[in-house]
Design a protein around this ligand. Structure first.
Ligand SMILES: *Cc1c(COP(=O)(O)O)cnc(C)c1O
Length: 382
């Protein structure tokens, strides 16, 4: 099969390795990375990313669903795999069969896990303020009672921060309170003589904004992939992280659009002057948000081609009037860099996932994790 024939995601594994090294260099001595590889490793491809991380010496992962853990195990991924989300009791056999560590999402769920009939590895989630999952941090006696279940092997205790990306005073205050509540639980457990559990609370922004807080793991997702959530995001720890993923497609067809003619579904775009338009072989089913219709652009030969008309499921239209020579088979870059030299003149530009996110009123996390199944994932190294 030909590679790069229609639409693909290029994974720069050198950049992944660089990001891992960058983060490691700011970690406390005994703190390890537990990368979030949920949602197909934020669209990058769960297997290529997890395999690369294993090679980089990382043996702890977090996923959202037990099925993602099963995918990792079936591909031979070694180490600890923590399921961050809810798993239905009917799927508990997967937890033991594939050696997955399950999150205890609340008190009734602990009972349900404990009565499954086989010993299960778990991390206890503590709700320090997000009010999504976990046992409320003031319910110490409930948390303590989990150690009385013989079938729960409690290997971790964790929480999640919900405003760690914001540096407004009120959000900093809230985050510090979350850390405080988490520490109080840890200390209370240790005072009762309970040990042997690992602790973690920071994801990307929790680490980048609060690097002075030290636990056994951090759980980075978006930062590991070299992105911020939004272009405007500033963090206290300013690492030089590099995007791992580029998103590319082919220019399939080039044609004129005559003055007064309209193009695409709904004929929403009308040419005011003679134009050249190009059809790119990628659409919203591949992860280009349909809300980007009439907004945003792609790079061809180092220059920007505006997206015109409505984005289709599998294709979209670009205004390539300003890119002389643009031709079928040209690479069209939606995320990543493009450079080209024409008549001795160099052109180069870059589009970051954060830019796409801003234009479609979301965050890069959503853009990346919604990248389509049918994109080829191609690994590149320098
Ligand atoms: C998704 C997720 C992470 C990773 O988050 P990033 O912001 O991408 O670093 C960490 N912990 C939990 C509980 C999550 O759901």
């Amino acid at each position: 099969m030909y590679q790069k024939s229609r639409a693909w995601a290029e994974l720069n594994m050198d950049n992944l390795s660089h990001n891992v090294e960058q983060m490691k260099s700011y970690l406390a001595k005994n703190c390890r990375l537990m990368p979030a590889v949920k949602a197909n490793a934020y669209g990058h491809g769960i297997l290529p990313i997890a395999k690369a991380l294993n090679k980089l010496g990382i043996y702890d992962f977090c996923v959202a669903a037990a099925s993602e853990g099963v995918t990792l195990r079936k591909a031979g991924i070694e180490g600890q795999i923590l399921v961050l989300g809810y798993t239905h009791p009917q799927a508990f056999p997967l937890l033991s069969q594939y050696d997955l560590t399950q999150t205890v999402v609340d008190v009734p769920y602990a009972k349900s896990l404990a009565s499954y009939g086989q010993k299960l590895k778990v991390h206890i989630s503590v709700d320090t303020g997000m009010r999504r999952l976990g046992v409320r941090s003031e319910h110490l006696s409930s948390i303590l009672s989990f150690w009385e279940y013989p079938n729960l092997s409690i290997t971790g205790l964790y929480s999640h921060l919900c405003v760690a990306d914001s540096l407004s005073p009120i959000d900093i205050q809230f985050t510090l309170m979350q850390f405080q509540r988490f520490d109080a639980i840890i200390n209370a457990l240790r005072q009762k003589g309970i040990s042997g559990f690992a602790t973690h609370i920071q994801s990307s922004y929790g680490f980048l904004n609060y690097p002075e807080f030290h636990y056994d793991y951090i759980r980075p997702g978006i930062a590991l992939y070299g992105c911020n959530s939004l272009p405007s995001d500033q963090t206290r720890l300013d690492l030089s992280l590099r995007p791992v993923l580029s998103l590319k497609a082919r220019l399939g067809s080039v044609r004129p659009l005559l003055p007064g003619e309209s193009a695409g579904y709904g004929l929403t775009y009308t040419a005011a002057c003679p134009m050249i338009i190009g059809t790119a072989s990628i659409g919203y089913a591949d992860g280009i948000p349909r809300s980007l219709s009439g907004k945003g652009s792609a790079l061809i030969r180092g220059r920007r081609a505006p997206i015109i008309g409505r984005i289709c499921m599998d294709q979209l239209l670009l205004d390539i009037t300003g890119i002389p020579g643009a031709a079928p088979m040209d690479e069209v870059v939606f995320i990543g860099a493009s450079s080209f030299t024409q008549n001795g003149q160099p052109f180069s530009d870059e589009i970051r996932a954060e830019e796409l996110a801003l234009q479609s009123q979301t965050i890069s996390n959503e853009i990346l994790s919604c990248l389509g199944e049918r994109l080829e994932r191609i690994e590149s190294t320098r």
